[in-house]
Design a protein around this ligand. Structure first.
Ligand code: NAD
Length: 298
């Protein structure tokens, strides 16, 4: 009989991840506060729950994929939450990108009830979620990781245990520093080329194979050149990640000047109504400073 998995949070990332699990033969019980994706997956064979508790009820493993710390706290620890439905010995896997301190709080509450917990945020964006090739960075016990690895490998390409509960989200914050700074640097580079009258597309093609080339450049360069800023990864979510980075860094007395600067840029873009745009729209902030718009052909 197919293993039954609970899945809570069916947004840009969660829905394709849930689909990949069903395609791999897992039977899913799904829940989201928005009805539409629940109904959509129900037509594809999932069981629909009416609360996070209902999604976890009777299942040995439940995955959550939610926006931020407060959402994970509410959906897992709140009334009618996942933890109320989870039996002792079962595992809750929170794949949301949240503050590491919140992962530890949730992990401790699970432990008090004899429930195992992993924080397992991801990188790779919507394309990686659809392809089932996400990078997954996991915090928790080795034995729990080993038990969940086959499940995680369905949605991920590279699944790595980086430490105890909270370490998954520390790793994700490290990832988000690099991604944010890269997108900002790419924006500055293309704006400079544009204002100098050199075709930004040719610049992109000339440098992508050199030391400046990166996965970020390959993903975001074409979006900038096509002036396609449809999310992908929303500005408001990257702003949330950098807020969690700076909060965690503050607790550890680690100054992160470049991250703090990019966080200010994201705040300005939110004020300009860009919160739902892809984070490639950091380009708009740099363009505004220079008074140019990056265009193919220069
Ligand atoms: P999203 O906003 O598209 O989806 C979040 C979903 O959670 C929504 O469907 C929302 O209705 C649901 N939700 C919110 N609160 C809930 C609750 N209490 N109970 C049940 N459902 C609830 O976000 P997303 O892009 O899918 O991102 C999810 C997480 O993955 C975030 O932490 C994000 O930072 C991270 N992430 C996103 C990407 C990306 O490219 N989109 C990449 C890597 C990591």
């Amino acid at each position: 009989m197919a293993e039954q998995i609970g899945f809570v949070g069916l947004g840009i990332m969660g829905k394709p991840m849930a689909r990949n699990l069903m395609a791999a033969g897992y039977a899913l019980t799904v829940y989201d506060i928005v009805g539409e994706p629940v109904e959509e997956l129900a037509t594809e064979g999932a069981a629909a729950a009416s609360s996070p508790r209902g999604a976890a009820d009777g299942n040995a493993k439940t995955i959550t994929m939610l926006p931020d710390s407060a959402d994970s706290e509410r959906a897992i620890l709140g009334p009618d939450g996942v933890l109320e439905g989870a039996a002792p010995g079962s595992v809750i896997i929170d794949m949301s990108s949240i503050a590491p301190s919140m992962s530890q709080k949730i992990g401790a509450a699970c432990s008090d009830k004899g429930v195992e917990f992993l924080d397992a945020p991801v990188s790779g964006g919507e394309p990686g979620a659809i392809a089932g090739t996400l990078a997954i960075m996991v915090g928790g016990k080795q034995s729990v990781f080993d038990a969940c690895a086959p499940l995680l490998q369905v949605v991920g390409g590279n699944v790595v245990l980086t430490g105890d509960v909270g370490a998954g989200n520390i790793t994700k914050l490290a990832n988000q520093i690099i991604v944010a700074a890269n997108i900002e640097a790419l924006s500055e580079a293309l704006v400079l080329a544009q204002k100098a009258g050199v075709d930004p597309e040719r610049v992109f093609n000339a440098i992508r194979g050199g030391l400046a080339g990166s996965a970020v450049m390959e993903a975001k360069g074409p979006m900038m050149l096509n002036r396609n800023f449809q999310a992908g990864f929303r500005i408001r979510l990257h702003q949330k990640d950098l807020r969690n980075v700076l909060q965690t860094a503050g607790e550890l007395s680690v100054p992160l000047p470049v991250t703090a600067l990019v966080q200010q840029m994201l705040g300005s873009l939110v004020n300009d109504g860009e919160q739902e745009s892809d984070h490639a729209a950091i380009l708009h902030f740099v363009e505004k400073l220079a008074g140019v718009e990056v265009q193919r052909g220069g």
